[in-house]
Design a protein around this ligand. Structure first.
Ligand code: CMX
Length: 468
């Protein structure tokens, strides 16, 4: 088993304890995630080497002038092993749809939703883990979850007026002082070992995020007191309990939430940002803090806070039980003022997001009579028609953010400004599994070619002249 001795001898006490916990764990469980990854990486490296040797010069797409001006839509330019997004069908994690993951991934005792620990194992290895492997990850994350006192202090010093996503970003940047990768790089470890340190940082970061996220929540909205991590609980149950929610259905919601928000292939703003920043060999903490900043944009993750805010505002304007026509009128007034309908549309998807559907099914099962859920369902019947008539958006259907807030508010979790933090905790699973593979495969610093309009015009003119 890999033990980064040089790091152990120099790092802070907390870091040493973490590595000891990891070592003890791997000794007790020989087929840990880390061990399986150690077997898989050389196989994948060989597979890609052979594939590139045979096909390296094959053309896989064209880039048009419109793509360059249009947010690089459709350009195949990134490697991302964990998930692939189909415009019609939605996301598949390592080839598995969300319902397949719900059916196949291990669950907590008495629970019905898959554990995100298992989803992480799947994203990293491409394999469905056993119950014992998932339980081992739950225990390992609980064992790695402590955050240093200086990070607690950084969080506590943030004013309550600072947006929770900014506080999260500050806290993750502060955690960077714990990075095993940064220390190992400074000591000159060979490139072939980078992934091992990125793996350690990733496991630490994921383990610590619920503690960080709960501290922000409890500071801003509650009494500032955070329950300790329970070593016997899974990652989502600990998150729920530290936030202050003990309803078993809320815990189940957190498990589902953490699974479905985790990964959406590599091109979305948060995943792409972590990949880009990581390619400069910035460590996982710096890479993920950057991803969090991207997720905080209203066209990306922040849409989940915007959706509930928008729905409540609409309810204030049209009443508890609006007619379809009242909703249509409200939507048109919004669109005419130049605003977007939050939670609807997508850069890639062209059908209802399966992540929306899985949340809708959860609501139908657990909260079918919730008034806000009924309003959300009514909007699902109306918004796509209005957006189609409006004629601008390429996809009038709801995305993941159209449904998450309504589930949270049902359990009394009404602090909308905080919602994107939950998205971020989940997104760490996808970003970190991507980063581990990026370093395992030795992917280089990312540096696509940019063009000025002048240079572009010259290029197009040259190509046109050649053809004549
Ligand atoms: N309401 C109104 N107009 C919309 C719209 C919506 N929900 N979705 C897209 N449009 C508009 C765009 O603003 C754009 O208008 P302009 O031509 O005036 O700029 C036009 O339709 C074409 O956009 P598009 O190609 O269909 O969509 P994009 O790929 O450019 O953008 C997205 C995708 C998600 C940013 C956009 O649909 C949107 O703003 N949706 C609302 C915000 C949202 O829900 N974001 C969350 C996405 C999921 C996530 O990342 O978490």
């Amino acid at each position: 088993m890999f033990v980064p001795r040089t790091v152990l001898s120099r790092s802070a006490k907390a870091s040493a304890a973490t590595f000891q916990a990891a070592r003890a764990f791997a000794t007790a469980k020989p087929k840990s995630l880390r061990d399986r990854l150690t077997e898989l990486i050389p196989e994948k490296q060989e597979e890609i080497k052979k594939f590139r040797a045979e096909n390296g010069d094959k053309v896989i797409g064209n880039v048009t002038v419109d793509m360059l001006y249009g947010g690089m839509r459709g350009i195949k330019g990134l490697l991302w092993e964990g998930s692939v997004l189909d415009a019609e069908e939605g996301i598949r994690f390592r080839g598995k749809t969300i319902p397949e993951c719900q059916a196949q991934l291990p669950k907590a005792k008495g629970g019905e939703e898959p554990l995100p620990e298992g989803l992480f194992y799947l994203l990293v290895t491409g394999e469905v883990p056993t119950q014992a492997q998932v339980e081992a990850i739950s225990a390992e994350w609980a064992a790695r979850s402590a955050i240093p006192a200086y990070v607690e202090e950084v969080i506590d010093r943030c004013p309550n007026t600072l947006h929770p996503m900014s506080q999260l970003s500050v806290a993750i940047n502060a955690l960077q002082g714990e990075s095993a990768f940064a220390k190992a790089y400074a000591q000159g470890v060979p490139k072939t070992q980078y992934w091992q340190y990125v793996y350690e940082d990733s496991m630490d970061l994921i383990a610590k995020l619920p503690v960080v996220a709960a501290r922000i929540y409890r500071n801003v909205y509650k009494d500032g007191k955070v329950a300790p991590v329970d070593m016997a609980k899974d990652w989502s149950a600990n998150l729920a309990h530290m936030l202050g929610y003990t309803d078993p259905q809320f815990v189940e919601l957190m498990r589902l939430y953490m699974v479905i928000h985790s990964d959406h292939e590599g091109g979305n703003v948060s995943a792409h940002t972590s990949h880009l920043v990581g390619s400069a060999l910035s460590d996982p903490y710096l890479s993920f803090a950057a991803a969090v900043n991207g997720l905080a944009g209203p066209l990306h993750g922040l849409a989940n806070q915007e959706v509930l805010r928008f729905t409540l505002k609409m309810k204030d304007a049209v009443g508890e039980n609006p007619t379809d026509q009242q909703i249509k009128d409200y939507l048109w007034s919004l669109l005419k003022s130049g605003q977007v309908v939050p939670g609807y549309g997508h850069a890639v998807l062209r059908k209802t997001d399966p992540r929306y559907m899985s949340q809708r099914e959860f609501a139908l099962k657990h909260l079918p009579n919730d008034p806000m859920f009924k309003l959300t369902s009514q909007m699902y019947n109306i918004v796509p028609g209005v957006l189609t008539e409006h004629g601008k958006t390429k996809n009038p259907w709801p995305n993941v953010d159209a449904h998450s807030g309504v589930l949270l508010q049902h359990f009394g979790f009404v602090e909308q400004d905080y919602y994107t933090v939950l998205f971020a905790v989940s997104r760490a699973l996808g970003c970190m599994s991507g980063l581990i593979w990026s370093r395992a495969l030795g992917l280089p610093i990312e540096r696509p070619k940019s063009m000025s309009t002048e240079a572009l015009k010259q290029l197009v003119a040259q190509q046109t002249a050649k053809k004549q």
